[in-house]
Design a binder for this molecule. Structure first.
Ligand code: UGA
Length: 352
């Protein structure tokens, strides 16, 4: 099978490619702006990489949609601070550029696996979000945070409609706070624009305060990347066509925890880390209002727990990695990158 992955150097793209090349005979054609996360696989004969931008290299993309069997358009802006600072950029990349790719999948009758998002459910008050029954609840227009959710939701609806009208073979996946090595860069965390796990790890490493937005009572169900990739591999394999025309929540309800608990767990893991350059007390945990931390156009999601019965039943998939293990693996991978750099500059010291 030939698979086209746009955004192959991203968090999901790089992990998925590693797994495909290590465990299947499938071939990958991938495009991204860079290749820094692909060092372990770039030597593979089944990995064909081109450096490029999906908004520029349109001919390459169309040619490879024709050539491949399955298309994964993974390019998107997925960090909440960018939704409020550059909402039009989010719309243009996440919606407009991806719509063109979806239309080419319709034209050339290719299977598409599209990353929807847990954010689609917005502020739904259901205890668990269900693909078939949960309502989608977004805030007022000036709350620009919702442009990402809304862009993804509209593409979900467009893809669904193409499935009905033109028999587009699709699967929509809704990742719920996938975490792990290579999630976001520690560099983007410097401006406060990483997702929460990377942000808190960066705060710990730089001995800066960890900020709990609005007190940190909001919760997320964190899912380890390897579990997510297990599901994706089953969806790509699509045994007996079970994943075609389906939407799947891919998350780990057993790993639901508040952001305050997350901060405490990460602080504990960091403080007890066996590395000899981490010593002393760690970053303090402080509270800030969302209006101050993000600005007026931010609005939060209080609770986000996936119902995963559909993925369990249809795909025979279940997440396995408990939260503490997932956080340890994630911290370790970031520290492996940072420790040699920090050593060159002298020991990192944690201040209370
Ligand atoms: C994320 C992103 O929108 C996407 O990556 C993705 O589609 C989706 O959720 C997902 O991964 O399922 P969210 O979980 O709100 O959205 O993003 P984070 O930035 O990771 O924030 C999680 C929570 O931590 C929020 O309540 C936020 O207010 C809080 N937070 C964040 C803090 O308390 N302190 C910080 O320094 C950063």
């Amino acid at each position: 099978m030939k698979i086209l992955i746009l955004g192959v150097n991203g968090f999901i793209g790089s992990h998925l490619s590693e797994r495909i090349l290590n465990e299947t005979g499938w071939e990958i054609y991938g495009m991204d702006l860079g290749r820094n996360k692909l060092s372990t696989i770039s030597h593979s004969k089944r990995f064909h990489f081109i450096e490029g931008d999906i908004s520029i290299n349109k001919e390459w993309i169309e040619y490879h949609i024709k050539k491949c069997d399955v298309v994964l358009p993974l390019v998107a802006i997925a960090t909440p601070r960018t939704y409020i600072e550059d909402p039009l950029g989010v719309f243009e990349l996440d919606f407009e550029e991806n719509l063109r790719i979806i239309r080419q999948c319709v034209k050339y009758r290719k299977r598409v696996i599209f990353p929807s998002t847990s954010e689609v459910y917005g502020m739904c008050t259901d205890e668990e979000f269900d693909e078939s029954t949960s309502n989608i609840v977004l805030g007022p227009i000036y709350k620009q945070r919702w442009i990402y959710s809304c862009s993804k939701q509209l593409l979900d609806r467009v893809i669904w409609a193409y499935g009905q009208k033109d028999a587009l073979d699709f699967t929509l996946i809704r990742p719920f706070n996938w975490i792990g090595p290579r999630l976001d860069s520690i560099e983007t965390a410097k401006e406060g624009s990483s997702r929460v796990v990377t942000q808190f790890i960066a705060n710990l490493v730089h001995a800066e305060p960890i900020v709990l937005v609005d007190g940190g009572s909001q919760s997320r169900s964190f899912t380890y990347i390897d579990d997510g990739i297990d599901a994706l591999i089953k969806i790509i394999a699509n045994d007996k066509g079970v994943a075609s025309g389906q939407i799947f929540n891919i998350g780990n309800p057993a790993n639901n925890c508040t952001i305050k608990e997350l901060a405490e767990k990460l602080s504990d893991i960091y403080r007890d880390h066996p590395s000899n350059i981490i010593s002393g007390p760690c970053s303090e945990i402080i509270v800030k209002d969302a209006d101050i931390y993000y600005g007026q156009s931010y609005q939060d999601i209080h609770s986000r727990v996936p119902n995963i019965q559909k993925a369990q039943k249809i795909l025979g998939w279940a997440p396995k990695i408990p939260l503490d293990d997932a956080l340890k693996q994630t911290i370790n991978s970031f520290l492996e990158d940072i420790i040699p750099l920090t050593r060159e500059k002298g020991p990192a010291v944690c201040h209370a």
